[in-house]
Design a protein around this ligand. Structure first.
Ligand code: DQA
Length: 152
């Protein structure tokens, strides 16, 4: 069994399902976890799925992912737009990171147009709601498999 895919979620994503459902959808964070686990299991990967409202937790988990994960799906939520610490954490790792958002930040307020994650991530999936998490798992598995093939 390869190392798991870490799916890391930032602030306020604990409120999914009740938080601005017209933007973020009706599914809960647990529903997203179920989607991720199914999408990963179908490709032979396990998922470590976490959420925190604290920036430092996300940095700690990215540091952990340097050795413990095959790839990371990261929805840093509002910290995507502000966190140099998260940018630095991603730059410090060889493990591939897929940035993921439920909404399309580029189609929203101007302050969401800047992402500190994008320049450090391998790619971005945004605007597809809960389905985007499945797409991000598919991308993460693809990146993990390519990285393993390079090492072999
Ligand atoms: C989000 C988009 C961010 O701009 C916002 O701060 C979030 C959620 C998304 O998944 O669409 O909290 O990352």
């Amino acid at each position: 069994m390869p190392k798991p895919i870490f799916v890391l979620n930032g602030p306020n994503l604990n409120l999914l399902g009740t938080r601005e459902p017209h933007i973020y959808g009706a599914e809960s964070l647990d529903d997203l976890r179920t989607r991720c686990e199914a999408a990963a299991a179908a490709r032979g990967y396990a998922v470590v799925f976490r959420q925190s409202n604290r920036e430092g937790d996300l940095v700690d988990w990215l540091n952990e992912a340097r050795t413990a994960a095959s790839a990371v799906v990261l929805n840093a939520a509002a910290y995507s737009h502000t966190s140099v610490a998260i940018y630095d954490a991603i730059k410090a790792m060889a493990t591939p990171v897929v940035e993921c958002h439920l909404s399309n930040p580029q189609a929203r307020e101007a302050f969401r147009h800047v992402s500190m994650v994008s320049p450090a991530a391998k790619g971005v999936i945004s605007g597809f709601g809960a389905k985007g998490y499945e797409l991000a798992i598919e991308a993460a598995v693809h990146l993990a498999a390519s990285q393993d093939a390079e090492k072999a």
